[in-house]
Design a protein around this ligand. Structure first.
Ligand SMILES: [Zn+2]
Length: 184
């Protein structure tokens, strides 16, 4: 069920003026879905298409990080999918970055992803071809985001400063793969 006026101001603005870090892609804002117990939603979600060819079939690329703890728990899957994440268009082969914590979101824009170590692992793309949904969450009031953006100076804008991101990759015959990051 889509309802009008269901978004806080920052995600409402982002629906028509998405974060610059999403600008490599053609985006369609998805109608907000009412959540029980929430009068307004702090997030906006987008369906993602290739800007070059208009296709919407992608493989999600991640840096692969070996995790010793995970290796013990799940020997068949001893790796973690880490950012930066890129999307590879299945139709035309274009590859663009969808999220890099060192440049994107609240921390990335305002402090270069301070305190976050770059993952050096090999980049791997999903075997499955997926539809991609991108979500940006804003837990900070739009007025405050505007003053932070103004202090940072152009080209930074308020909607660049999302504090959570979700990337959901859904293959036709599989469980959706979701990666999400707190960016503040
Ligand atoms: Zn394409």
């Amino acid at each position: 069920m889509s309802e009008p006026g269901l978004l806080y101001e920052a995600p409402e603005l982002a629906a028509s003026d998405p974060p610059r870090s999403f600008s490599a892609f053609a985006l369609t804002p998805l109608p907000p879905v009412a959540q029980q117990g929430m009068k307004y939603l702090p997030w906006i979600s987008f369906a993602v298409r290739c800007k070059a060819c208009g296709g919407d079939d992608f493989r999600l690329g991640s840096r692969i990080e070996a995790d010793p703890e995970l290796s013990r728990q799940a020997p068949s899957n001893p790796t973690l999918l880490r950012p930066p994440h890129r999307l590879k268009c299945e139709s035309c082969g274009a590859i663009e970055t969808v999220f890099d914590p060192q440049t994107d979101g609240y921390d990335g824009v305002l402090s270069g992803g301070a305190g976050r170590q770059a993952v050096q692992g090999e980049e791997r793309f999903t075997k499955a071809v997926c539809k991609i949904e991108l979500g940006a969450t804003y837990n900070i009031d739009l007025e405050e985001l505007k003053s932070l953006a103004a202090a940072a100076g152009p080209p930074v804008k308020a909607t660049d400063l999302f504090d959570w991101i979700n990337i959901i990759a859904t293959a036709p015959d599989g469980e959706p793969l979701e990666v999400d990051y707190e960016c503040a």
